[in-house]
Design a binder for this molecule. Structure first.
Ligand SMILES: *[C@@H]1O[C@H](CO)[C@@H](O)[C@H](O)[C@H]1NC(C)=O
Ligand SMILES: *[C@@H]1O[C@H](CO)[C@@H](O)[C@H](O)[C@H]1NC(C)=O
Ligand SMILES: *[C@@H]1O[C@H](CO)[C@@H](O)[C@H](O)[C@H]1NC(C)=O
Ligand SMILES: *[C@@H]1O[C@H](CO)[C@@H](O)[C@H](O)[C@H]1NC(C)=O
Ligand SMILES: *[C@@H]1O[C@H](CO)[C@@H](O)[C@H](O)[C@H]1NC(C)=O
Length: 228
């Protein structure tokens, strides 16, 4: 009896958290609104965390610098969205002697158009990524896996960026970065550009930018490699 009760505690906690979790989706480069439901209360302290990182508050992580604004008493706006912003967020609000938590699952959507023979940069994977799947109307294939890396010769992994070297129409479709329970973190919708060169979306220049590396998946999440 006592044994089964112990088993129930984490289970109940799981459902309780799940019920309160809000899913928020945003397009790469745009902004999202993380609402909180305590706007009528006097807020004395507020914090937004992303894994072990502070997204807002004292010792804010550099990844979020100038990208998180408070809105109203305890809502947040996350601006200039990056694929690496996908995952779980918790806001902790202290108001009138009580502490409240709000939980958010953030999904990022990216639309990309590739040009035949050219390079197409999908971008960086969020740290919670367990696998990446490529779906077309003929089916779905796993193209990347945690600890194994790329599983297809269509893709390369350059400093954590997934890149299609020589784009063909077979590379179109949907790519999804999934977490360990199959939840979607990032969705890339890849089409083939029909008009000539110019598409800024397929610019390879971002490759040179130092950013979150997939190596972080293996290493500790707290790393010095994150400085931009
Ligand atoms: C996503 O948005 C960021 C910021 O606007 C940009 O630097 C990056 O290149 C974009 N990535 C893709 C794949 O469009
Ligand atoms: C706030 O309340 C609304 C309506 O009751 C609910 O849909 C939403 O998920 C809540 N937001 C959070 C962050 O819990
Ligand atoms: C809160 O966000 C809304 C929508 O983005 C905006 O219209 C409003 O001005 C913001 N309020 C504050 C105080 O920033
Ligand atoms: C890209 O693929 C096409 C067709 O598969 C091939 O003809 C071409 O040589 C390749 N280009 C590069 C730069 O690898
Ligand atoms: C995976 O993502 C889903 C959907 O966002 C979320 O509900 C779930 O809690 C996540 N799983 C883990 C282990 O974080």
């Amino acid at each position: 009896m006592a044994f089964s009760a112990w088993l129930l505690i984490p289970l109940l906690a799981f459902f309780w958290l799940g019920a309160d979790c809000l899913t928020v989706e945003g397009q790469n480069g745009s902004q999202i609104f993380l609402p909180c439901n305590l706007s009528h209360r006097k807020v004395s302290d507020i914090l937004l965390t992303f894994g072990h990182f502070k997204a807002y508050g004292v010792k804010q992580h550099i990844h979020f610098r100038d990208r998180v604004d408070r809105n109203g008493s305890c809502n947040f706006i996350l601006k200039d969205l990056k694929t690496t912003d996908a995952g779980k967020y918790t806001s902790t609000v202290k108001a009138e002697g009580y502490t409240y938590n709000n939980y958010y699952d953030v999904h990022i959507n990216v639309k990309l158009a590739g040009q035949k023979g050219k390079e197409l940069v999908l971008d960086c994977l969020p740290h919670e990524t367990e696998r990446v799947e490529h779906s077309t109307n003929t089916g779905s294939t796993r193209v990347w896996k945690y600890k194994e890396g790329v599983l297809t010769n269509r893709l390369t992994d350059k400093n954590g960026y997934l890149i299609i070297k020589n784009f063909t129409s077979d590379d179109t479709g949907t790519y999804r970065a999934l977490n360990s329970t199959g939840g979607v973190l990032v969705t890339w919708t890849v089409t083939e550009s029909m008009n000539g060169p110019s598409s800024e979306q397929s610019s390879g220049s971002s490759v040179t930018r130092v950013s979150w590396s997939v190596a972080l998946l293996v290493a500790s999440f707290v790393s010095v490699g994150l400085q931009i």
